[in-house]
Design a binder for this molecule. Sequence first.
Ligand code: DGL
Length: 268
Amino acid sequence: MQNQLSNPIGVFDSGVGGLTVVRALMERLPFENIIYFGDTARVPYGVKSIETIAHYSRQITEFLLQQQVKLLIVACNTMAAVAWPTIQDLSPVPVLDVINAGARTAVNVTRARYVGVIGTPATINSNAYARAIHGYDSEIRIFSQACPLFVPLVEEGWLDHPVTRLTAQEYLKPVLCHPIDTLVLGCTHYPLLKPLLQDVVGSGIQLVDSAEAMAEQTSVVLHGQNQENPARTLPEYRFFVTDVPLRFQSIGERFLGRTLPNVRVVKW
Ligand code: DGL
C-alpha cells in the first residue's frame, strides 16, 4: 500500500509512559497526525521475559500497521531493547526507536566519554544501550543501573517526593562512583523525574531525555524521506489502550501536559 503523507505516525508503548514521546513529537512536529497505542492491561513490560515482550510487541505492531501508519516509533525502551528485530521484520514502513535516538545524543553530548544509563531491568540486562552507544564510539565507558522502582513511583505521581529522592540516591550511588558527565534516561517514565534526578546527580552531569532525542530524529527522517505532512491544519490524535481508559486518562494528562480526548479500548 502506498504511503500517504497525511497518514499518521504510530507510536507505541507498554502503557502510559510513551506519552512523553508523543508530547515531544507534538511540539517538534505540530502538523503530523499521531496514533498512540498503550498496552495498559499488560504493563509493566520491564520485568517480563524476552519471549513475552516480543509476543506483545508483535501484536501491537500488527495493529498499528492495520491503521496505515507511515512510520512506527517504539517509544518503550524495554520493547526497543528486546523486541526490535521482531518489530523491524514485520514492518514495511520505517521503524525508529528510543534507544538509538538516546544513544546517539549521549555520544554527541559526552566529553568525558563516561556515560551512565538507567532503565528497567529488561532494558539494562539486554545491554541494548551499550551496544547502540558502542556502535557510534567503542571507546566510551558505560555504567548501567536498573531502577525498577522508578516506574511505580512516577505512576503514583511522586515526582518530587522524599521517597523518590532517597530511591534515586540509592540507585545512582554506584553509577556516580565513576566520572560520568552524561546520564541517559533510558525509560519512558524517567523524563518526568528530570528535575529531581538533576538535583541528585548535580549540575555537572547532563541528562539525556530519549523522548526529545526521538522527536528530533523523527523530524530528520521525515524530512530526509520527504514524508512530512504538507497539510497545515489541526492534526488528529488518536489513542488506543487495552484496559479501561480511566487511569490512562488521569495519569496520561500529566505525561502529555494536556487533556486526552479520543481514547478507545482495544479488546484482545
Ligand atoms: N515503557 C517502559 C520503558 O520505557 C517502562 C514501563 C514498563 O516497564 O513497561 O522501559
